[in-house]
Design a protein around this ligand. Sequence first.
Ligand code: MLT
Length: 233
Amino acid sequence: MKVDLIFSANEIQSKDAKDKTVVVIDTLRASSTIITALARGCRKVIPVSEIKVARRLSGKFKGNSLLAGERQGTKIEGFDLGNSPRDYISKKVRDKVIILTTTNGTKCFEPLTEAKKILVASLLNIEQVSTELKSKKEVLFCCAGVVGQFALDDFITAGKILAELITEVEVNLSDRALVAYQTYVQNENNIVTILKRSKSGKNLIELGKEDDIDYIVKEQENYLPYYEDGEIK
Ligand code: MLT
């Protein structure tokens, strides 16, 4: 298996994903929110880049949708949910269509037009995503990053998936993927601590959302979302 990695949503170009299995990662927190929402029974998540597009789209679902997302980490005014995965409880999200707009994570999907398959991963579903990837020939990790910059939470997640794969299949890693793997291996006993020291981690702590980091690192959700035709199921 050949594995490459992209550092941030701004870097993604459709040709880089051509015929590859792409894994979109925004561990803190968009991909963790998507995984949790689907694991709690929502019908689908529609990722959109702009707030106004999200509002327009919600009108189409006649009360069966929830508007969700953040800017600067905080729930958008008038929206039903923010981007805190722990708020996505079954009672709120079951059978709903969730229209989600976030600063970085939801921007990853649109440019991936040439990908063979698009999966959504975070530390919450390492086992499910690793199992699915084992039979693939070419894999591209699309880390969302933070406003165009590298983000440690996404990188460590890619490294952890690689650590699972390496024990079972032969992998040919790009230099970026190799460093992701090494970074994970060197920190595997301190993931909570290192993520709390990362830029995204510190932002969440400042916003009073430290519990989101603990949940995302310590829990597992039995769900592997797929993106197709503008929707995640
Ligand atoms: C994003 O998509 O930028 C993040 O998920 C931000 C956040 O943690 O809410």
